[in-house]
Design a protein around this ligand. Structure first.
Ligand SMILES: Cc1cc2nc3c(=O)[nH]c(=O)nc-3n(C[C@H](O)[C@H](O)[C@H](O)COP(=O)(O)O)c2cc1C
Length: 204
């Protein structure tokens, strides 16, 4: 039986455009894997604290530190990620990049000597690769001809998740949510089309 891990990053709960899109991705995955188990990790309200002192020390050296606090939380989140077959991240763009809650999750799951090792050639991920879908909502546009802002979100996620072994990333987005209902309807329709195209006839 397959497991889908849904990481929900908006503070806006059920109203979140990013999560509406994430749920559409989950629906598509479930069409292919009807028995898949869904694990929900809601972090949009700041449920994951920032990393603590012991954790920071452990990342800079191999000193013995307490395995409580962030170390324990990190282990819980890493195991959750390891057990998943698909990951669906629903996230808004905040200040051109990932919201701080998603960065806090990343700080817990990207862990030296656990999810990556440091070699003379650079950092090497230890996780088995698996499909990761990222559903983004943004107030303005960050890709295409009408983009008026840089995108530090998608390149960052690609780079930091590759560092732990996750290379198979697919991005969907609803862009321009601040431009009024017509623009949102148009952006949703485009995202729906991209989803259909991506999953049509595909074996997962
Ligand atoms: C703190 C904050 C920063 C934001 N920064 C950006 C930004 O840099 N670019 C952008 O296009 N939208 C930005 N937005 C707008 C959100 O991306 C937009 O409202 C999005 O639809 C929220 O997604 P959600 O509905 O999933 O929460 C920002 C919103 C907040 C609250």
């Amino acid at each position: 039986m397959k497991t889908i891990l849904h990481v929900s990053c908006s503070p806006r709960g059920d109203a979140a455009e990013s999560d509406k899109l994430a749920w559409k991705v989950i629906e598509q995955l479930r069409r292919h894997e009807p028995t898949a188990v869904l694990v929900s990790r809601v972090i949009g309200g700041g449920q994951i604290a920032h990393i603590d002192q012991d954790y920071a020390i452990s990342q800079g050296s191999s000193a013995d530190v307490s395995q409580d606090g962030t170390m324990a939380r990190s282990e819980e989140l890493v195991r959750e990620l390891e057990r998943s077959d698909f990951v669906v991240i629903g996230t808004p763009m905040h200040n051109l990049t990932v919201p701080s809650v998603l960065k806090a999750w990343i700080d817990h799951v990207v862990r030296a000597r656990r999810t990556f090792t440091i070699t003379p050639a650079g950092k090497v991920g230890t996780l088995r690769d698996r499909p990761v879908f990222v559903a983004i909502a943004s107030g303005g546009r960050f890709s295409g001809d009408r983009a008026r802002q840089p995108d530090f979100l998608t390149p960052y996620l690609k780079t930091v998740l590759a560092m732990i072994g996750l290379h198979d990333l697919t991005f969907f987005s609803v862009q321009g949510t601040g431009a009024g209902p017509d623009a949102v309807a148009e952006a949703r329709a485009q995202a729906d089309q991209a989803l259909q195209q991506h999953f049509a006839g595909r074996r997962l």
